[in-house]
Design a protein around this ligand. Structure first.
Ligand code: XMP
Length: 530
């Protein structure tokens, strides 16, 4: 898809319930751009990311309440630096430029931007000159988070300075006649204590947003749109038991009831009790048409004798598609396939705004089924961030423990039994994993960690039990903290909890005599071991 098509698509994706109340954020490549979008949504205002090359006509078609220009890594005075259509300031709606966004806005309106004598990174003292308007409610002396080498150096008379720092004379500005505000600091990060006030002042006082974006309303509108689109057709949904596909299934079920069929593939690589949990929840509790395909034999057959991690993944991926295809053949009248694509996946899968930070792929977690299956896609989460999906899950009545589940990789335990995979090794790992999770939950550590799992190593170690020498397997425990899974740190699980986990695994799981704790961060290690 070209960037222009992506922008058209993004405009078409805007939920009807929020049309006329949208704040587009022009993405100049800031590492914080998604955070800006979330902060705006947290304030009850629907926001979306658009590329700097969005046309004037497209912006008009959006009918925005206001516009935010994000930060970015470029310098406005460099050749090829991203810019935006200057007619943006004549749309009659307020514009807030943040960091690079302020510099580009100021440049287009006649100011000069230069490399600063003193760069500012981190927390700085901020002095507010004008405590009305954009800075309403912000104390005269406060702090703000900065991350810039360039700054506005000379400001024409048409501007009013609103704030300064010891080395940045124009830390916040306002234009006298155009509806433009600029802040050199980052109001979206929590290290700017009054950042939320600044954003709220922009959204509610300057733009007059009504703050009515609520998950329950969103659900209502999206459900109606899905109903209309689906008509009398049938929809299938691949259910994995993870948060995203579960929320998609619950949402579709609420909208179209029995026109939805879910397919859950038991590949024999699942955690203990996973299949029963999914059956209980969706078949019994939600009364969905759930088809469970037992394909353990096929998957384990494909994996026999294979120890290369990439080859394992490839074989599992291919088999999954075959099994899914076969299962969907039996369902009459299927026109649509529902998938749990999230907003970060949409942004990151090549929309290429400004060739920006947002282009770092969320790699293999996207997990889409191929187009060759021939279904039209329904992606009801494509406007939402992960935490909004969890919120939606709660509104839909999914239990907390489902909504807050840690991610689980598509290839499942096959990438956690290192080397060759077979049922015996998988069963051993399932037992260790179950104990580990029981202890993590019992010690209130589940919500404090991003992912916790056990890994079965393909080596044997010597031990002693009773009077005898043992020669058994080693299990590694991996527990990480992470915001986005692109980087992660190992979780500082208390020693006594680790001690209980180790004791229990060694005493209760026959075949394991040693437990290690993985203390590697990502990078350079990855979260999974394979
Ligand atoms: P890594 O190991 O690359 O993992 O640090 C980052 C996140 O992605 C998950 N992961 C996968 N998910 N298919 C998936 O659906 C895969 O092949 C896969 N490999 C890793 C991993 O669990 C972590 O959340």
């Amino acid at each position: 898809m070209t960037t222009a098509d992506a922008t058209e698509q993004a405009i078409a994706d805007i939920p009807a319930s929020v049309r006329g109340q949208v704040i587009p954020i022009v993405d100049f490549g800031s590492q914080y751009v998604q955070l800006i979008a979330r902060r705006v949504r947290e304030a009850g205002v629907f926001s979306m990311l658009v590329g700097p090359n969005i046309t004037h006509e497209q912006l008009q078609a959006l009918n925005p309440k206001g516009i935010i220009l994000s930060g970015g890594p470029s310098s406005v005075y460099e050749d090829g630096a991203p810019t935006c259509d200057p007619r943006l300031f004549d749309l009659g709606v307020p514009v807030l430029g943040i960091c690079y966004g302020m510099q580009i806005g100021c440049t287009l309106l006649g100011a000069e931007v230069k490399n600063a004598q003193a760069r500012e990174y981190g927390g700085v003292k901020l002095h507010i000159n004008d405590t009305a308007d954009l800075m309403r409610g912000v104390p005269e002396h406060t702090t703000a988070w900065m991350s810039h080498g360039d700054q506005v150096n000379a400001l024409p008379d048409e501007f009013v300075p609103l704030a300064t720092t010891p080395t940045c004379p124009f830390a916040a500005v306002k234009h006298k006649t155009k509806p433009f505000y600029g802040v050199q600091f980052h109001p979206e990060v929590t290290h700017t204590p009054h950042g939320t006030d600044v954003l709220s002042n922009f959204l509610f006082h300057a733009c007059g947003c009504d703050g009515s974006w609520k998950m329950a309303d969103y659900l209502e509108h999206e459900s109606n749109a899905i109903k209309e689109r689906v008509g009398d057709s049938q929809v299938i949904c691949g259910l994995s038991g993870g948060v995203d596909s579960s929320v998609v299934a619950a949402m579709l079920h609420r909208a179209i009831g029995k026109q939805l069929t879910c397919i859950f593939v038991d590949n024999g690589l699942l955690r203990k009790g996973e299949r029963a949990m999914v059956e209980n929840m969706f078949s019994d509790h939600f009364d969905m048409d759930l088809r469970v395909v037992d394909a353990e034999k096929e998957f384990l057959g494909d994996l026999a004798g294979i120890s290369d991690p990439q080859e394992k993944r490839t074989r599992i991926g291919h088999r999954f598609i075959d099994v899914f295809k076969e299962a969907s053949k039996d369902i009459d009248g299927v026109k649509f396939l529902a998938q749990g694509t999230l907003y970060p996946d949409v942004i990151e899968s090549g929309h290429g705004y400004a060739g920006t930070a947002a282009n770092i792929k969320l790699h293999h977690n996207v997990g889409g089924l191929p187009a060759e299956l021939g279904f039209d896609l329904i992606e009801p989460l494509r406007n939402l961030f992960k935490d909004e999906v969890r919120q939606l899950g709660l509104v839909l009545g999914l239990p907390e423990q489902m909504v807050w589940r840690h991610p689980f990789p598509g290839p499942g335990l096959a990438v956690r039994v290192l080397g060759e995979v077979n049922k015996e090794q998988l069963d051993l790992l399932r037992d260790c994993d179950e104990i580990l999770l029981e202890e993590i939950v019992a010690n209130n550590l589940y919500r404090k960690t991003a992912q916790v799992f056990a890994v079965l190593l393909p080596v044997k170690a010597v031990g002693v039990m009773g009077d005898g020498r043992t020669h058994e397997q080693v299990v590694a425990i991996r527990a990480v903290e992470s915001q986005d899974f692109m980087t992660a740190d190992w979780a500082r699980i208390p020693f006594d909890v680790l001690a209980t986990i180790s004791n229990r695994i060694i005493n209760e799981v026959r075949g394991v005599n040693r437990v290690c704790y993985d203390i590697s961060s990502k990078p350079p290690a990855t979260i999974e071991w394979e």
